[in-house]
Design a binder for this molecule. Sequence first.
Ligand SMILES: NC(=O)c1ccc[n+]([C@@H]2O[C@H](COP(=O)([O-])OP(=O)(O)OC[C@H]3O[C@@H](n4cnc5c(N)ncnc54)[C@H](O)[C@@H]3O)[C@@H](O)[C@H]2O)c1
Length: 356
Amino acid sequence: MNILVTGGAGFIGSTLVDTLLMCGHTVDVIDNLSTGSLRNLHDAERHGSSFHFEEFDVRDPALDVFIERRRPEVVFHLAAQASVAVSLDDPVHDAEINIVGSLRVLQAAATHGVRKIVFAASGGTLYGDPPRSALPINETFPHAPTSPYGISKMIMLSYLRTYQMVRGLDFTALALANVYGPRQDPYGEAGVVAIFASNLVSARRSIIFGDGEQTRDFVYVDDVADAFVRAIEFGSGRILNIGTGVQTSVNTLYRMLAQAVGSSDEAIHVSPRTGEVLASALDPSEAYVAIGWKPRISVPEGAIRVLAAQSAAAIGPWDPINQSAQQTPSVGKGKRSASGEAVSRLLEKVIVTPGD
Ligand SMILES: NC(=O)c1ccc[n+]([C@@H]2O[C@H](COP(=O)([O-])OP(=O)(O)OC[C@H]3O[C@@H](n4cnc5c(N)ncnc54)[C@H](O)[C@@H]3O)[C@@H](O)[C@H]2O)c1
């Protein structure tokens, strides 16, 4: 099947592209590389003519001609201004990409015979800041975003419904919880797993805003890619939560990662960030009914995979057969919190993890 992934050079998009190519699909990627990177597409490039990349901005009116020329059957729309902080600083910029750019995708898709749009919605912002007693929240919970980013993502749900009704363009919107995994930018705003892992591997101290008892629903990126693939055929006209339903506090996450690398460093607590959501968890039951999806990778297992990926990035790929002194991790010169042995053990664990 011919598929277009917008934002396919990003963290989630590139993982999805790899999954789609492995399933045998032909994949076009457009991305303006504002936060994404061609590095994320190295694996995809090995698929030869099944994979095609074009540097392209979804705000560009020429998108219509691109879609007319490439004729995808399904469009995965992930290109976005994905930062809450940026949206608060510059709501117009956020709306230009997340609303006007998204509308260009929908309009071109409806005009040129695309069967379905699968949209990356945001479960972490869609429902506002619900009371802990309401968690995990399901899809009937009122939409109450508290940032321009959350608003732009929510508005697109109305457009998707309207395009389905008026133009016959099918859709599934996946309301994603806090996605984490390899390739997530450790310098980004949302990737607390990547930030902690990167700091621990490099023996840098981590900062926790507030008391660290705020919770998040961390869902592993391979599970998220699986949900997108299932939505090719199922979940018509639905908005589905893609999370685990499990809350993990920021303190618990930090301790889990620190313990895995054998670090006794404490995180530094600073003042809480204004407007930060205190607790979040998404009930994924409907996704199981609608698209047969459930999360498979637990947070401890996923955290180890991220640590292993961060370690490999810091020291180069680990070769368990020809392990030389050079390949022994030697990260964080001076004070080291992630010992070579600890990181090697992590890598071993990941290498033997079934289902990789
Ligand atoms: N990471 C999460 O936890 C999370 C949670 C909920 C929803 N989402 C959504 O999932 C999608 C992917 O997020 P991600 O975490 O992979 O972020 P990301 O920043 O890695 O990916 C976004 C991609 O879109 C590209 N892009 C941005 N503006 C563009 C434009 N105008 N034209 C073309 N390409 C453009 C970027 O270069 C990047 O490659 C986004 O829509 C985001 O809002 C992510």
